[in-house]
Design a protein around this ligand. Structure first.
Ligand code: LLP
Length: 425
């Protein structure tokens, strides 16, 4: 029966006099009319607030926005304007950040399997630092530097053997992982020794990332303890604890704020005698609840004694998280934000498979009909960035709203875009 918990909505969300939702001073129904659906609506003030919170908590230049969570040139520029560095994890993310005008020195370059071409690009552009993930990567960097490219600043990615409480696909700190150098079996120390001795790199620190959507502050405290035990004797200038802070997606979930997360990490660093600059790479916690996705309801199918299916005009192509990780979401009608939600239905998309589910058992208001706008909150992270063209659906536009103004920062794809890479006629 519970109405949507309003805490899941972006900072500037308000219920206007007729019970409808506005964000950034813009009515959602008017945005849908103007830009069509499906539509990602981001609250620009919310994005800036979270960036500022991270910068205030960790210090200017010490918080890198993890662009994989949501990236377009407007977002890259926004995060940089607010004092964040940017974490990029592929040539494409690097290219986007540079095109946005972010200086290479503000970038951290990641990846467990960086290609020679990607490494060449990162070295040529002189990114702020590279997070080195493997022995092969050290070989590749040494060859590139021997060939005349500038010597990079590097951190060693360490797998601390700490298991974060999250979905197994997004846990990365455990020994059984494709990422980084294992601490427990001595690989980490061997890698650090080699990087220290190598004339091709300047080893400036160690890095770890235990996983994503982690709610437990204790997991982060444990990771600092383990990493500090390794890093303090090395006495390197940088200590990067990755991202991973979780956010509430559904009623009843609670997560630490960025400030609380910072307190846990920084207190643990102090207790362990870490004297290095402490850096982080938050993605989800900066952008997730800054956005909602707005859909239009197409069909409503009641199967007596079984269930009701409510189909919208998007689906697993704009939000694959429910299918990939079993992630939960809430849904509401932007025309009746605070309405009780006594009805239950499976919220599905328009793709040609039964797995195309957005919410397995959604609480919805009575009286929902075809043609209604329906929205899912907390879709700002790993939605647009993991969107696909499955069934040749065109990816939705992204609109930033602020102070009564909406600006489209990513346009909707066209059918012509779908054929952009087809070369056979
Ligand atoms: N740093 C590193 C090295 C990472 O691998 C990641 C995320 C982050 C920072 C940012 O983590 P965040 O603060 O966003 O949790 N697609 C999945 C999430 C994958 C995260 C991958 N790495 C999802 O939708 O839940």
């Amino acid at each position: 029966m519970n109405p949507l918990p309003l805490g899941l909505l972006p900072d500037t969300a308000e219920v206007v006099s007729d019970g409808s939702l506005a964000i950034g001073g813009c009515r959602i129904d008017e945005l849908a009319e103007r830009f069509g659906t499906p539509l990602f609506v981001y609250d620009e003030a919310h994005l800036r607030n979270r960036c500022r919170e991270a910068v205030a908590a960790f210090g200017p230049g010490n918080a890198y926005y993890a662009t994989k969570a949501f990236l377009c040139t407007a977002m890259a520029r926004l995060a940089y304007e607010e004092g964040m560095g940017l974490d990029v994890a592929s040539g494409g993310e690097l290219f986007t950040a540079l095109r946005a005008g972010v200086p290479a020195a503000a970038l951290a370059f990641h990846g467990n399997n960086k290609s020679v071409a990607e490494l060449r690009m990162a070295l040529q552009e002189q990114v702020g630092h590279l997070v080195v993930d493997s022995v092969e990567e050290i070989d590749r960097i040494e060859a590139l530097v021997a060939g005349g490219l500038p010597r990079p600043r590097v951190l060693a990615r360490i797998t601390p053997g700490v298991h974060a409480h999250t979905h197994e696909f997004i846990a990365t700190g455990q020994d059984d992982s494709k990422f980084g150098f294992n601490l427990g079996n001595g690989d980490a120390l061997r890698a650090v020794d080699r990087l220290r001795r190598s004339a091709a790199v300047d080893l400036v620190g160690v890095h770890c990332h235990i996983g994503s959507n982690v709610f437990s502050a204790a997991n982060f405290g444990k990771a600092v303890e383990v990493m500090a035990g390794f890093a303090v004797p090395l006495d390197l200038p940088e200590f990067v604890m990755g991202g991973g802070l979780g956010v509430p997606y559904v009623e009843g979930e609670e997560a630490p704020t960025i400030t609380q997360w910072a307190n846990v990490l920084l207190d643990a660093c102090q207790a362990m005698g870490v004297r290095s600059r402490v850096c982080v790479e938050p993605g989800r916690s900066v952008v997730a609840d800054a956005a909602i996705t707005v859909y239009t309801v197409g069909t409503v199918k009641h199967i007596p004694g079984v269930r009701t299916y409510v189909s919208v005009d998007g689906g697993m192509s704009d939000n694959p998280r429910p299918v990939l990780y079993g992630s939960g979401y809430e849904a509401f009608l932007p025309r009746a934000v605070t309405a009780p939600r006594p009805a239950r239905a499976r919220l599905v998309g328009k793709h040609c498979e039964s797995g195309d589910v957005l919410i397995f058992d959604a609480a919805l208001p009575e009286g929902l009909v075809a043609g209604d706008l329906l929205a899912t909150p907390v879709t700002g992270a790993y939605g647009h960035s993991m969107a696909s063209n499955y069934n040749k659906l065109t990816r939705p536009p992204v609109v930033f709203v602020q102070d009564g103004t909406a600006r489209m920062v990513v346009r909707r794809e066209t059918y012509e875009d779908l054929l952009r890479c087809d070369v056979a006629h």
